[in-house]
Design a protein around this ligand. Sequence first.
Ligand SMILES: [Zn+2]
Ligand SMILES: [Zn+2]
Length: 117
Amino acid sequence: MNKNTVLTAVAVIALAVAGVLFAKNLFYSKRPDTPDTTYWICVNRECNHRFELSVDKLKQERDLPQCPKCNQRTTVRAYQCPSCKGTYEAEGHGLLPKNCPLCKAAIPRPQIGKSDG
Ligand SMILES: [Zn+2]
Ligand SMILES: [Zn+2]
């Protein structure tokens, strides 16, 4: 076995490993409930803008995110309805309505970080 053969063998093994990892990613790409987008509604009455914010960007915010339209921090966290893709506010204390206020579809059990109970 000369040096080239060894290098080729190494390359083939590396490719095989990469291929297996790639296939694994394809099969296991379904992530658990960790959305990477958050939804926000600006409650400034003259604005009422709805916007999305990536979790990465949200982490950079120290406070509530700023509304991109009116530049005020009058924003509340919103949730997206899986049925109509519309966004709606929580009802208070982070509780979600049982049905989507927009399309009335039942909303699956919320996954809101804190659960004191
Ligand atoms: Zn606004
Ligand atoms: Zn809906």
